[in-house]
Design a protein around this ligand. Structure first.
Ligand code: LMR
Length: 397
């Protein structure tokens, strides 16, 4: 049978990791996969994570199953982080958390749940979106439709977005990026969020908010504006959360699916189904990452230090955005690339086309996704000028 299996190309984002590792150029720059890097190009383990792991090592007393919803303490901590401790959604007890293997696992859980419960429903994804959204919702069997997000001039097309959202039939699902839009880096402001939520609620569309970068845009609280507005304004919503970036726990695979229902009784029904969906998929989520996160969030001291660590990562990324635009200025490119300073999160849609991206890789060993998406966190003070010069060469030369 295996002789009939077709070979397919590897994942366009994850494949860059191997390509970069195999490159011997000492000047190589990795602006590909979305992981945070420090000034030395490392992706360090956060100090608070180290400490929580030490505590865990001495205090952990069993490796038995944690159940399909995962650790309730983790789920409660994440809900307080996402909604805010004083949230009316939490007070009404209409939200439930299911620990999942990463934000990707949470998205797949949401996809499987929706496909089983609402078999005729389509999911609407922004154009552009994280390419794996397409792969994972296709794998879950949900028909995929698209709405406008970025226009041909590499600008947020809010009018186009709103017009498209107004055409979504009741009962379909719309995926919204909470903050730090991947791949573009263009986020909605508060007024725009309000308009989006009004349309989604009034049309009876189910919002699925992908919240993978809390703390990497404008701050842990500011970045939660969209998901909080959605949960407080709509009777029903799904929110997928990830601890990969803000806790630096990429390989521990820790995230969460939060389902918000009309009331406690409906929430309990949905919760029962989510356990079944998880059970048929991976049974129980991995425990280690969730234990680290809940140890941090339930310690006043550790959580204050963790907030500082997130803030330091965010400040570095935002400073690099302006630094790159400054480094491009001597080449007369500050206008063409000025948007990079205003985008948020790790990613920037630079506006470079796939030929230019290919040249950056082949001639300068600078790696980014073919769409022109750059992970700004991969820049360093000592390679900014090199990258700016290379960009100028492929744009002007
Ligand atoms: C990215 O977009 O680079 C990250 O979210 C990593 C991934 O899994 O694609």
């Amino acid at each position: 049978m295996f002789e009939n299996v077709d070979r397919v190309p590897g994942d366009a984002i994850l494949g860059l990791i191997q390509e970069f590792q195999a490159d011997n150029n000492p000047n190589k720059v990795d602006l590909g996969v979305g992981v945070y890097r420090d000034e030395y190009g490392r992706t360090p383990i956060l100090e608070t994570v180290h400490e929580a792991e030490k505590t865990r090592l001495t205090e952990e007393s069993t490796k038995t199953y944690i159940g399909s919803h995962g650790d309730p303490e983790f789920g409660d901590s994440i809900q307080r982080l996402v909604f805010g401790a004083a949230s009316p959604v939490l007070a009404a007890n209409r939200a439930t958390a299911t620990q999942a293997p990463g934000g990707t696992g949470a998205l797949r859980l949401a996809g499987d749940f929706c496909r089983t419960q609402f078999p005729t429903t389509s999911i609407w994804l922004p154009t552009p979106t994280w390419p794996n959204h397409i792969g994972l919702f296709e794998a879950a069997g949900l028909p995929i439709k698209r709405y406008t997000y970025v226009d041909d001039n590499n600008q947020l097309d809010f009018a186009g977005m709103l017009a498209d959202l107004k055409s979504i039939p009741a009962g379909d699902i719309v995926l919204l990026h909470a903050c730090c839009h991947n791949p573009s880096g263009f986020d909605l402001n508060r007024e725009q969020w309000q308009q989006v939520v009004d349309v989604v609620r009034d049309r009876g569309v189910l919002p699925l908010v992908d919240f993978a970068y809390q703390g990497f845009g404008n701050g842990l609280e500011d970045d939660a504006f969209g998901p909080r507005l959605v949960a407080e304004s709509c009777d029903e919503a799904l929110i997928t959360q990830s601890c990969s970036k803000n806790f630096g726990l990429y390989r521990e695979r820790i995230g969460c699916l939060i389902a918000v229902a009309r009331d406690e009784s409906a929430m309990t029904d949905v919760r029962s189904q989510l356990a079944t969906t998880a059970r048929g998929n991976y049974s129980n989520p991995p425990a280690h990452g969730g234990a680290i996160v809940s140890t941090i969030l339930n310690s006043e001291e550790l959580s204050a230090r963790w907030r500082d660590e997130v803030s330091a990562m965010r400040s570095r990324i935002n400073a690099l955005r302006s630094d790159l635009v400054d480094a491009l200025a001597p080449y007369g490119l500050e206008q063409q690339f000025g948007h990079i300073a205003n985008q948020r999160g790790m990613f920037s849609y630079t506006g470079l086309n796939s030929d230019q991206v290919e040249r950056l890789k082949n001639e300068y060993s600078i790696y980014m996704v073919a769409s022109g998406r750059a992970n700004v966190a991969g820049l360093r003070q000592d390679n900014l000028d090199y990258v700016a010069g290379a960009i100028s060469d492929v744009v002007n030369g």
